[in-house]
Design a protein around this ligand. Structure first.
Ligand code: PEP
Ligand code: MG
Length: 937
C-alpha cells in the first residue's frame, strides 16, 4: 500500500520549492544557486542579467523571473504551468504592484494600471525563440485609465494595438501579415507614410480590427482578463523552448537537447509621460576614441521608437545636466557604478518615468580598435582592472588595425559632404587604398607590374582574376558579400576590399561605372575603405599612424613585454624558458630603426641579396656571376665589399646592443640576371636586324652583352630553381662570395665597435640540408671572421648558425646543432618543402579553393601548419637543444607576425619570433597573450 504521508511530504516539498524569483530576491536565489553559471542556469541569461543589475544597486524596473525549472515541469505536465508555480507568480505580481505603486488590471481610482513585458531567456541565447510581448495588462478598461493618468491617448491606443499584434502573432501564432495588411492598407488609403502618422481615431479603429483578426483566426476573443494574458504569454514562452525552431537551433549547435527557458516579467517604463520623463541611450566612455567621457543621446517625453523613427532629434546627453540636473547626477552615479561592477565600458539604455530613472539594459559596449586600447589602458591606470587584464582585452587585430594606413578623417568628412561618396558595400577586407580603376584582371596586373596603384573593379570576381587581384591595391565589386570570392581572396592576401556595392552600375564593354551621379572611366582614381565598406571618387589623403604618438598602445605593449619577460614556460624539452621575444626582419638601417622603435629586441633576418639589386650594384653582381675566371670574379667581389660593409655598419649602429642576424646569399643567381625570355627577344631582334643591315657600334656592343647574358642564363637554367643551386649550395660552389660577405660583416662590426657601438653579429647560413655542408663552409667563414678581428685589433661577440628550411635539416637537427649555435626556422621554405607546394603556383591556382572548401583549414603560408610543419619544428627544437642546450632558436618566415603562429612558437619553446617591422607590435601582444594562455583565433 502507498504511504500517503510520504506522498504528501513530497507534494508539500514541491509546493514550497521556490520557482519564482523577484529581481531583488538575493536571498532566495543564493539558496538555490551560488555561482554565476548556476544563476544563469536557474534564471536564464536575461533573468540573470536583470538580477545582477539589481544586486549591483541599479534601478532596474521591478519584476521577477519564473525559473527554467518551471519550464521543465511545464513540459512534463503536458504543457501546463503547475499550480504551485503559478501561485508564486501571483504572489510575485502582488509584490511588484507594491514596488511600483501600480495595479495590474487597474480598476483602483487614482492608481495607475501596471503594464509588464514578458520575455523569454534560456541559459544561452537562442535566436528564433519567442522574444518579447510588450504592454501586457492593457485591455479596454486599462487603456482608458492609462489615458486618464498620462493624458496621452495616442500613446495608450498605440500601445494597445501593439499588444494585440504581438500577442496575436507570438502567443497565438497568427501570421504577421494578418495584422500588417490592414494597417498598411489604412496608411495607404489615408496617404500616410509613417506609422506615427496614424491618429488616435485610426489607432482605435485598428484595435477593433486586430481584435476581430484574433477572433476570426482563433475563434476566441482577445483575453480582457490581464492574468489570463500573463499566463498565456508565459505558456507561449515555455512552449517555444521545445518548439520546432528551438529544436532546429539546438541541433545546429550540436546540443543533446533543447534548453529550458525562463520567463521574465518586467514592469513597463514609459518615457513619454511628461516633461519629467525621457528615454535615451549612452556609452559610459566614448566608443570611438575611448575618451573617459560619456557619449549618449536622450529625448524628453518620448518613447525609444521616436528616436528610431527619426521624427524628433535627440539631444546630447550633456544637456541633461541642465535640463534634469538631479536625474543626470543620478545617471552619472549609476554609470560609474556600472563600470565598477562590470569593469568595462557599458552601453546602456535608460528611461526616466516621471523623474524616476530606470536602467533597462547594460552590456559591454562595442568599440573601435583605438577605443579598445585606450579604455583598457585607462582602466588599468584607474585600478579598475589589472595591467594583465588590460593586455588580455586588446586583440592583436586591434593593434593591426591601428597601424594600417587610414584615410584622413577630415578628408573623408569633406568627401561625404561634397557628394564624393561613390557607393557603399560590405566591409569585406579592412584597410584603405586609392588607385586607378581597372576593369579587368589582366590590365590590373599589367598596371600593377608597372608600379601603378590599381583598384580592380568587377561585378564580381572569379578564380581567373586572382593574378589581377594580387597586383591591385584594392578590390571593389558590385555583387557578393563577406564570403564572396573577392572577399575571401582579399582577406587571404590582406588587400582592402569593398564587396557587394550594389549601387555600382558597371559597364564592362564601355569600361565605365556609374553610381551616385558619377560616371567614372578606366584609369580614374577612386579610394576605398575596406574596413567601413565605402568607396569614394578621387584620391583621399592617407595618414600613416605614427607608433610613438599612440601613447596608449606604447604603454599597453610595454605591459605586454613585462608579461612576456616575467613569464616562465615549460618548453618542449621540459626545461623552463622565458617568454617569447619579438625580433624583426629588416634589410636596411631605416627598417632596423623602425623595428627598434616598434619594440623589436633584435634583427632575426637581414636578407643580404636585396642590397644586390640596387642600381649601382647590379652590374657588378652580374659581372661577378658572368666571370669566367677567378681573378675576374674576385675583382667584382672586391668591388661589392665596401657596399656590403656600409650596409651592415648601418644595421649594427641602429641595433647597437642587440643581436643582428645576417643571412648569407640565398637565391639562385639567375634572379640577378634579366629573364631568359627577355634576352631571347632582344637577341633575336638584333639578329633579325643584322640580317638586313649592319649594327651600329653601340648596338653591336649591346648585342654581344645580351648574347653573353643569354648564354649564361641558358647555362644556369634549372628546372626547379627553388630546389636548385641556392643557399649554402651556392656558398659551396662560389666560396669567394660568402667569404666576401662575412668579411664585410666583421669589418663593419669592428669599425662600428671602434665608434663606440656594441655590434652583435650572428651569421646565418641558409638552406642547410646536411651537417656536412656546414662542416665544409662554416670553419672557413669563422677563419675569415677571426682574421678580420685580428687585422682590426677588435673583438666582437658573434655567432654562426643556420636556417632550418628543409625537412631533412629538421629531422637531423641534433647533427646540425653540432655546428650551428642558433637555428632560425625559415617557415616559408619549410612549408613549401613539407607540403611539396610551390608557394606562388599554389596561391595562384589551387590553394584558395583548398581553403574555401575546407580541404585545408588555413593558408599554410599565413598561419603555421601545426600538425605537419609544426611537428618538424618541435622535433628540431628538441633535438637541437639535446645537442646544444644553449642553442638560440627563432622563426623568421612570414608566420612570425601571425598571432596564431606566434602562439605556436611560444608552445614550441622558441626564444623569439622575427617578423616585418610593421607587425612587431602585433607580435608583441600575441606573445604576451601566449604567455597568458589566451587562445588566439
Ligand atoms: C623562409 O624561407 O622562411 C625565409 C625566411 O627565407 P626566404 O623567404 O627569404 O626564402
Ligand atoms: Mg627561405
Amino acid at each position: 500500500m502507498r504511504q500517503p504521508s510520504a506522498g504528501n511530504k513530497a507534494r508539500n516539498g514541491l509546493a514550497k520549492k521556490q520557482r519564482v524569483f523577484l529581481f531583488n530576491d538575493e536571498k532566495g536565489v543564493s539558496k538555490v544557486a551560488k555561482t554565476w553559471p548556476e544563476i544563469r542556469e536557474l534564471l536564464g541569461g536575461k533573468g540573470a542579467g536583470l538580477f545582477d543589475m539589481t544586486r549591483a544597486g541599479l534601478p532596474v524596473p521591478p519584476g521577477f523571473t519564473i525559473s527554467t525549472e518551471v519550464c521543465n515541469e511545464f513540459v512534463k505536465a503536458g504543457n501546463k504551468i503547475p499550480r504551485p508555480a503559478w501561485d508564486q507568480v501571483l504572489a510575485a505580481m502582488k509584490v511588484v504592484e507594491k514596488q511600483t505603486g501600480k495595479k495590474f488590471g487597474g480598476g483602483v481610482k487614482g492608481v495607475r494600471p501596471l503594464l509588464v513585458s514578458v520575455r523569454s531567456g534560456a541559459r544561452e541565447s537562442m535566436p528564433g525563440m519567442m522574444e518579447t510581448v510588450l504592454n501586457v495588462g492593457l485591455n479596454d478598461q486599462t487603456v482608458e485609465e492609462m489615458i486618464a493618468v498620462t493624458g496621452n491617448a495616442r500613446f495608450a491606443w498605440d500601445s494597445y494595438r501593439r499588444l494585440l499584434m504581438m500577442f496575436g502573432s507570438t502567443v497565438l501564432g497568427i501570421p504577421d501579415e494578418k495584422f500588417d495588411e490592414p494597417m498598411e492598407r489604412m496608411k495607404h488609403e489615408r496617404g500616410y507614410k509613417l506609422d506615427t502618422d496614424l491618429t488616435v481615431e485610426d489607432l482605435k479603429e485598428l484595435v477593433a480590427i486586430f481584435k476581430q483578426v484574433i477572433k476570426d483566426e482563433t475563434g476566441r476573443e482577445f483575453p480582457q482578463d490581464v492574468y489570463e494574458q500573463l499566463k498565456e504569454c508565459a505558456m507561449a514562452v515555455f512552449r517555444s523552448a521545445t518548439g520546432h525552431k528551438a529544436r532546429t537551433y539546438a541541433k545546429q549547435m550540436g546540443w543533446k537537447s533543447t534548453l529550458p527557458t525562463a520567463v521574465n516579467v518586467v514592469t513597463m517604463i514609459f518615457g513619454n509621460m511628461g516633461d519629467d520623463s525621457a528615454t535615451g541611450v549612452a556609452f559610459t566612455r566614448d566608443p570611438s576614441t575611448g575618451e573617459k567621457k560619456m557619449l549618449g543621446e536622450y529625448l524628453v517625453n518620448a518613447q525609444g521608437e521616436d528616436v528610431v523613427a527619426g521624427i524628433r532629434t535627440p539631444k546630447p546627453i550633456e544637456e541633461m545636466a541642465k535640463e534634469m540636473p538631479k536625474t543626470y547626477k543620478e545617471f552619472v552615479r549609476i554609470c560609474n557604478l556600472l563600470e565598477k561592477h562590470y569593469k568595462d565600458m557599458q552601453d546602456v539604455e535608460f528611461t526616466i518615468e516621471q523623474g524616476k530613472l530606470y536602467m533597462l539594459q547594460t552590456r559591454n559596449g562595442k568599440r573601435t580598435a583605438k577605443a579598445a586600447i585606450k579604455i583598457a589602458v585607462d582602466m588599468a591606470k584607474e585600478k579598475l582592472i589589472t595591467k594583465e587584464e588590460a593586455v588580455r582585452r586588446v586583440k592583436p587585430a586591434d593593434v593591426d588595425f591601428l597601424l594600417h594606413p587610414q584615410f584622413d578623417e577630415q578628408a573623408v568628412k569633406d568627401a561625404k559632404h561634397d557628394g564624393r561618396l561613390l557607393a557603399t558595400g560590405v566591409n569585406a577586407s579592412p584597410g584603405a587604398a586609392s588607385g586607378m580603376l581597372a576593369f579587368d584582371a589582366d590590365l590590373a596586373e599589367r598596371w600593377g607590374n608597372e608600379g601603378k596603384a590599381v583598384i580592380l573593379i568587377r561585378p564580381e570576381t572569379k578564380p581567373d582574376d586572382v593574378h589581377g587581384m594580387v597586383a591591385a591595391k584594392g578590390i571593389l565589386t558590385a555583387r557578393g558579400g563577406a564570403t564572396s570570392h573577392a572577399a575571401v581572396v582579399a582577406r587571404q592576401f590582406g588587400i582592402p576590399a569593398v564587396c557587394g556595392a550594389d549601387a555600382l552600375q558597371i559597364n564592362l564593354s564601355e569600361r565605365t561605372v556609374t553610381s551616385n551621379g558619377h560616371v567614372l572611366r578606366e584609369g580614374d582614381w577612386v579610394s576605398i575603405d575596406g574596413g567601413k565598406g565605402e568607396a569614394y571618387v578621387g584620391q583621399l589623403p592617407m595618414v600613416h599612424p605614427s607608433f610613438e604618438e599612440q601613447t596608449d598602445l606604447v604603454t599597453l605593449l610595454k605591459w605586454a613585454d613585462e608579461i612576456s619577460a616575467k613569464n616562465t614556460r615549460k618548453a618542449e624539452d621540459g626545461k623552463p624558458r622565458r617568454g617569447l621575444q619579438v625580433w624583426a626582419n629588416a634589410d636596411y638601417p631605416k627598417d632596423a630603426q623602425r623595428a627598434r622603435d616598434y619594440g623589436a629586441k633584435g634583427i632575426g633576418l637581414c636578407r643580404t641579396e636585396h642590397m644586390f639589386f640596387e642600381a649601382e650594384r647590379l652590374p657588378i653582381v652580374q659581372r661577378m656571376i658572368l666571370a669566367d675566371n677567378n681573378e675576374a670574379r674576385q675583382r667584382a667581389l672586391d668591388e661589392l665589399l665596401p657596399f656590403q660593409r656600409s650596409d651592415f655598419a648601418g644595421l649594427f649602429r641602429a641595433m647597437t646592443g642587440l643581436p643582428v642576424i645576417i643571412r648569407l646569399i640565398d637565391p639562385p643567381l639567375h634572379e640577378f640576371l634579366p629573364s631568359q625570355e627577355e634576352l631571347i627577344r632582344e637577341v633575336t631582334r638584333y639578329e633579325t636586324k643584322r640580317h638586313y643591315e649592319a649594327l651600329g657600334e653601340e648596338e653591336y656592343a649591346d648585342y654581344q652583352n645580351k648574347l653573353a647574358l643569354l648564354n649564361a642564363v641558358n647555362a644556369m637554367h634549372e628546372q626547379n630553381p627553388m630546389m636548385g643551386l641556392r643557399g649554402i649550395r651556392l656558398g659551396i660552389m662560389i666560396p669567394g662570395l660568402i667569404a666576401m660577405q662575412v668579411r664585410a660583416i666583421f669589418e663593419a662590426a669592428c669599425d662600428v665597435k671602434k665608434e663606440g657601438y656594441e655590434p652583435m653579429p650572428e651569421v646565418m647560413i641558409p638552406l642547410t640540408g646536411h651537417v656536412n655542408e656546414l662542416k665544409r663552409v662554416q670553419p672557413e667563414l669563422e677563419k675569415v671572421a677571426k682574421a678580420v678581428m685580428e687585422e682590426k685589433g677588435v673583438k666582437v661577440k658573434y655567432k654562426f648558425g643556420t636556417m632550418i628550411e628543409i625537412p631533412r635539416a629538421a629531422l637531423t637537427a641534433d647533427e646540425i646543432a653540432t655546428m650551428a649555435e642558433f637555428f632560425s626556422f625559415g617557415t616559408n621554405d619549410l612549408t613549401q618543402m613539407t607540403y611539396g607546394y610551390s608557394r606562388d603556383d599554389a596561391e595562384r591556382s589551387f590553394l584558395l579553393k583548398y581553403v574555401e572548401e575546407g580541404i585545408l583549414p588555413d593558408n599554410p603560408f599565413q598561419t603555421l601548419d601545426r600538425d605537419g610543419v609544426g611537428q618538424l619544428i618541435k622535433m628540431a627544437v628538441q633535438k637541437g637543444r639535446a645537442t646544444r642546450p644553449t642553442l638560440e632558436v627563432g622563426i623568421c618566415g612570414e608566420h612570425g607576425g601571425d598571432p596564431r603562429s606566434v602562439a605556436f612558437c611560444y608552445e614550441a619553446g622558441l626564444n623569439y619570433v622575427s617578423c616585418s617591422p610593421f607587425r612587431v607590435p602585433i607580435a608583441r601582444l600575441a606573445a604576451a597573450h601566449a604567455a597568458l594562455g589566451i587562445a588566439t583565433k
